[in-house]
Design a protein around this ligand. Sequence first.
Ligand code: AMP
Ligand code: FE
Ligand code: FE
Ligand code: ZN
Length: 285
Amino acid sequence: MRIDLHTHSSVSDGTESPAELVATAAAAGLDVVALTDHDTTAGWAAAAAARPPGLTVVPGMELSCAWTGVEGPPVAVHLLAYLFDPDHPAFAAERARLRAERLSRGERIVRALAADGHPVVWEEVLARSAGGVVGRPHVARALVEAGVVGSVDEAFASLLHHRSPYYAAKADTEVLDGIALVRAAGGVPVFAHGLATSRGRVVDDAAIEAMAAGGLLGLEVDHPDHTPDQRAHLRVLADRLGLLCTGSSDYHGTNKRTPIAACTTAPDQYAALLAAGTGTTVLTD
Ligand code: AMP
Ligand code: FE
Ligand code: FE
Ligand code: ZN
């Protein structure tokens, strides 16, 4: 079984529609794919409707969270959530708040760029997100198409990274609250790319221990942004804390260079994840 538990469609910041994404997953030889768009479940129905026979689709999401138990600004924590009830009222309300936060923060970034003479227009950036879930990759593509930079990677490296003068933070969910919401909705929370230092500051082991005590159920160990040492460290931590280990590509279509199925999850870990999720079911033959 080949299992990829972290992918994005154009409903958030990927480039393929949910229907195209499940076709890509099948063509890559995957048996299981999870759709984990940022802060929205809006792609679930289209992915289910387009699911090719033989492919299992796991409904999921990547929740934008923050760890505030440190000096200085909060550390961004991405929380994968699987098999939760999309209608759980408090969790649905928090997702809606995060999407609104993405809009105001995206507009701040774009207006700051435009004020400095960069040819980007907020309304045009907004129109790039099929699901209204705007992220920096949408700004990056606008900058590429305007000829300001040569690639999405270059846009992040020069103008959109978290230390850039144009960067604006969003008010993300406190991660312990996020974990509690996912669990309350019957879902399985897994800490995404937890040691990926290329993305900015990362949390320490004590924070991961606190998350585990708060109901976290897994760590994304095999991820393209993790070095072999980071993976080994997370695997030991998962073992000590009794957490699942997952592996995933974090596929974003052509917004990133990583192919789908670049990293995968072991079948026994997937089985444990399925057993822990009670809010909704996988889509399968
Ligand atoms: P945001 O959610 O708006 O803060 O943007 C973060 C998203 O940007 C992540 O989910 C990735 O999809 C993407 N991203 C972050 N860093 C890079 C990078 N260096 N190159 C390309 N995409 C990136
Ligand atoms: Fe993303
Ligand atoms: Fe992420
Ligand atoms: Zn992701």
